[in-house]
Design a protein. Structure first.
Length: 223
């Protein structure tokens, strides 16, 4: 991967925003209220997927018995009430600042609901680093592909000039669909064993990824 990237598209949840343990705790509360056993973080990372409806089923929730729309709203209501318990990943803002200062543009492409994405990004005072902030128009965390295609049209970059950074197989799938390159980080919502199946670079965390970024002439290449 020797391309020179002029724009970085970031995933939010699990990539910049470390809400993994919060998401697990909210899910386990949902399981317990439905008389099901809680799961470990290892199990969570193994079953997490998009659309999230599928991982609800893998967690043990009977979606023929329980409405996903009701369960999803119950989950999101608690998550929203507790969202500020989560923090940015270590050094996330420092790295956003470094990339911004290099002249490389950045955007967020998220399955999070647009208004709450904006609220959280502003809460952490990060909006100044991003050209575009793109979230879904509902709470059910479905595919980001259409949003990604719209974003790529706005960016109007050549092939090999846009890099998507995420923490899930779906991020890789989105990158492939929209024509961006992709790297993945294994400290988020999916296990490293799942991510390496995508056959792109997988880093343990943001620190390792940034140590492999080379900044030249208002672009980034990967060592």
């Amino acid at each position: 991967m020797n391309n020179h990237y002029k724009h970085i598209i970031w995933d939010w949840n699990g990539t910049l925003f470390n809400d993994v343990e919060l998401c697990l705790d909210v899910l386990n509360g949902l399981l317990l209220r439905n008389e099901l056993n809680p799961i470990t973080i290892t199990k969570y990372r193994e079953i997490f997927t998009f659309p999230v409806k599928d991982y609800y089923a893998k967690a043990g929730l009977d979606l023929e018995k329980y409405s996903f729309e009701i369960l999803g709203k119950e989950w999101m209501d608690e998550y929203q009430n507790r969202r500020l318990e989560a923090r940015l990943f270590h050094n996330a803002e420092k790295y956003l600042q470094k990339i911004f200062s290099s002249g490389v543009e950045q955007s967020i492409l998220s399955a999070y609901k647009q208004d709450t994405l904006l609220e959280l990004v502003n809460h952490f005072q990060l909006s100044k680093y991003f050209t575009y902030l793109n979230g879904l128009d509902h709470i059910y965390a479905t595919s980001k592909v259409d949003l990604g295609k719209e974003l790529m049209e706005k960016l109007n970059h050549e092939k090999g000039e846009v890099l998507l950074v995420g923490d899930t197989v779906h991020d890789f799938e989105v990158a492939r669909e929209i024509g961006a390159d992709c790297v993945l980080i294994a400290s988020g919502h999916q296990s490293k064993s799942k991510l390496v199946e995508c056959k792109v670079k997988v880093y343990e965390n943001l620190d390792e990824m940034m140590n492999n970024f080379k900044f030249t002439n208002q672009s980034i290449s990967i060592i």
